[in-house]
Design a protein around this ligand. Structure first.
Ligand code: HEC
Ligand code: HEC
Ligand code: HEC
Ligand code: HEC
Length: 359
């Protein structure tokens, strides 16, 4: 080979290396912060260039002025009020206005209502919204172990979209045996672009498979964990880290991932409750609403149109990203519940079956 073509080959190789380097490594500087005990290297490493974009993507719209709490109650004023019965009529109307902004800002009231007859339940989204009100109330009242006093509103998940942008559904084959693809060996965004199985959600956030893979015994026959549950565990952990924009050491002392009760910061306990809360959301609320989406697989007539079900015909469900969207406190920690006392007064009783005729 001539000297000339050798040097061209070298130049091409150098160029390729340069491209690979530039596109696969993050350019300095990096910001690191310390958590946990001194000397344990626990904490976060952040890229300061991505912080402004994440902060900007997590702003909260301004709340409308508070409503009068006295005067006639909503269930006295209107015909078919089941869950917001005890609000004043003024509070009720204020909530309808913000719900429209949070869920369907372009469609307006008609997205959930037959505007000729507001009391009718014929538009399925109204029936879904009633259950979502009960779900939001339960998250705030019974999962304070996770959401604290900060709380959540519809906006925490929906952000102006009828279907939240960050949702998941069961992948075909994800429950199959080791030989099946299970989404493995293809980098997937659901698991931080790693080649781990891309659906760790079905076993852990819909089912309650145990998220443990470090054996506490060396005796044979006592370890119920397998390579599959280990891969799912790491897949879920990659999802948790990317959803919150933190490293593994935000929650773990990496000298022993299993020793978390004694060696981890409070964030890990919050995360533990978060996993249980997400299971409750998916199993008690989202999946049971599936028949309504099955009847309206592309959304209501008013739009926006798009799939309401996943590839396996299941509902689109919640994971850590649905609320967190890249930050460790959703919406940068804004106190969501403070401006919406209406969301604290939701009747949890059974709902009347949906039909077009109001009471
Ligand atoms: C995201 C869905 C949704 C949107 C958007 C929405 N509503 Fe509602 N609306 C509901 C639900 C759910 C109920 C029933 C509440 C209950 O049972 O406690 C309801 C009930 C009502 C009622 C009571 C009707 C009756 O007589 O029983 C009125 C009035 C009303 N909404 C007005 C509005 C107005 C005005 C808008 C637009 C500014 C609007 N709604 C937007 C979900 C929605
Ligand atoms: C924890 C996250 C979460 C919260 C909080 C939440 N939702 Fe939802 N909501 C979802 C998910 C996920 C779906 C999509 C399910 C599907 O399409 O299969 C959904 C769907 C809906 C739909 C149906 C949309 C359509 O076009 O089919 C309505 C209406 C709705 N939510 C209203 C509300 C209201 C009103 C609130 C607040 C009271 C609320 N949601 C709070 C997660 C949430
Ligand atoms: C936001 C907190 C948080 C982050 C970040 C996090 N984890 Fe976890 N991790 C947990 C919790 C909580 C559990 C226990 C889950 C349970 O029991 O339900 C756990 C469990 C584990 C386990 C199982 C340990 C055992 O007992 O067998 C491993 C391994 C693990 N994590 C590795 C990782 C890795 C690797 C990363 C980074 C890619 C990571 N974690 C990021 C919270 C976190
Ligand atoms: C329904 C919305 C919602 C979902 C879904 C959700 N979180 Fe959270 N999370 C919150 C809110 C709100 C806070 C802030 C609580 C506070 O300010 O006290 C929070 C706080 C946290 C914190 C504490 C922040 C810190 O750095 O100390 C951790 C850790 C966390 N969440 C992990 C998770 C994990 C892991 C998942 C998925 C299994 C998850 N969250 C799913 C709403 C949610």
């Amino acid at each position: 080979m001539s000297r000339f073509s050798l040097s061209i080959a070298a130049a091409v190789a150098a160029l390729l290396c340069g491209v690979i380097f530039v596109t696969t490594f993050e350019r300095p500087p990096v910001l690191s912060s310390q958590g946990g005990f001194r000397g344990l290297s626990m904490g976060d490493v952040q890229n300061p260039r991505t912080i402004p974009a994440r902060l900007a993507a997590n702003q909260v719209p301004e709340a409308p002025e508070a409503a009068e709490t006295d005067g006639p109650k909503a269930h006295e004023t209107y015909e078919n009020v089941q869950v917001l019965r005890d609000l004043s009529a003024a509070q009720f109307n204020r909530l309808m206005i913000v719900m429209t902004e949070w869920i369907a800002p372009n469609q307006g009231c008609g997205y959930c209502h037959n505007v000729e007859n507001m009391a009718s339940d014929e538009v399925y989204t109204k029936v879904v919204a009633r259950r979502m009100l009960q779900m939001t109330h339960k998250i705030n009242s019974e999962w304070a172990t996770h959401v604290g006093q900060t709380g959540v509103t519809c906006y925490t998940c929906h952000r102006g979209n009828a279907v939240p942008t960050m949702v998941w559904s069961t992948e075909p084959n994800s429950r199959a045996g080791l030989q099946a693809p299970r989404g493995q060996n293809h980098p997937a965004s659901s698991v931080g672009e790693s080649s781990l199985p891309s659906d760790p959600f079905t076993p852990f956030l819909l089912g309650d498979a145990e998220i443990r893979n470090i054996s506490t015994t060396s005796l044979p026959g006592r370890n119920s964990q397998s390579i599959m549950t280990t891969e799912w565990t790491y897949g879920l952990m990659m999802h948790i880290s990317t959803s919150l924009g933190v490293n593994c050491t935000h929650c773990h002392n990496s000298r022993s991932f299993a020793e978390w009760r004694t060696q981890s910061p409070p964030a890990q306990t919050t995360a533990w409750y978060g996993i249980r809360m997400v299971r409750d959301i998916n199993m008690s609320y989202i999946e049971p609403l599936k028949p309504l989406w099955a009847q309206n697989p592309n959304g209501p007539a008013e739009g926006p149109h798009g799939p309401r079900l996943g590839a396996m015909g299941d509902a689109l469900k919640v994971n850590c990203a649905t609320c967190h969207q890249g930050v460790n406190r959703p919406l940068n920690g804004a106190p969501m519940l403070r401006d919406f006392p209406e969301l604290k007064q939701v009747n949890q009783g059974p709902l009347r079956s949906a039909d077009a005729t109001p009471r």
